[in-house]
Design a protein around this ligand. Structure first.
Ligand code: FE2
Ligand code: FE2
Length: 148
């Protein structure tokens, strides 16, 4: 397991916690398949399908948060949106590098060294503040938003 569900930072909006939990399940499942692939226990097709499913879930995840921010007129929307766009771009870049090279190390390194750290930092800062704003528990300054 790459990320423990118990370690996911909880925010004040349940729909976001639910999505984050689903995302961690997909990341962990992909990581398991990456380790299996290293031992020649599955195929590139399996990895491709799971990675594609993770991308699709991430798009849905990010879009839902962005719509909520727009509806709530969240002042830090551009910063949060930019963080989503950058993360998604990197997901595609890594996926493309994997499809070009079929070097499993490309995926493994990304999943170990980038994804968990990014996910934890993003959820505990931008998502947490966004959830509080949507819930009406913070003022619309956007102060304290850091770029993760
Ligand atoms: Fe999120
Ligand atoms: Fe987010």
């Amino acid at each position: 397991m790459l990320i423990s569900h118990d370690d996911i930072p909880q925010v004040s909006q349940d729909f976001m916690n639910h999505t984050h939990s689903e995302e961690v399940t997909l990341i962990n499942a992909l990581f398991t398949e990456i380790l299996a692939y290293e031992k020649n226990q599955n195929t590139t097709d399996t990895i491709d399908t799971m990675y594609q499913a993770w991308i699709e879930h991430t798009i849905e995840h990010f879009t839902t948060e962005e719509v909520e921010m727009m509806e709530a007129v969240f002042p830090a929307y551009p910063i949060h949106k930019e963080a989503h766009d950058t993360a998604l771009k990197q997901m595609y870049e890594v996926f493309n590098a994997w499809k070009e090279t079929r070097e499993i190390k490309v995926l493994k390194t990304y999943l170990i060294e980038v994804v968990p750290q990014w996910f934890m930092a993003h959820v505990s800062t931008m998502d947490a503040m966004t959830a509080n704003y949507i819930g009406g528990s913070i003022t619309p300054s956007g102060a304290g938003m850091t770029r993760f």
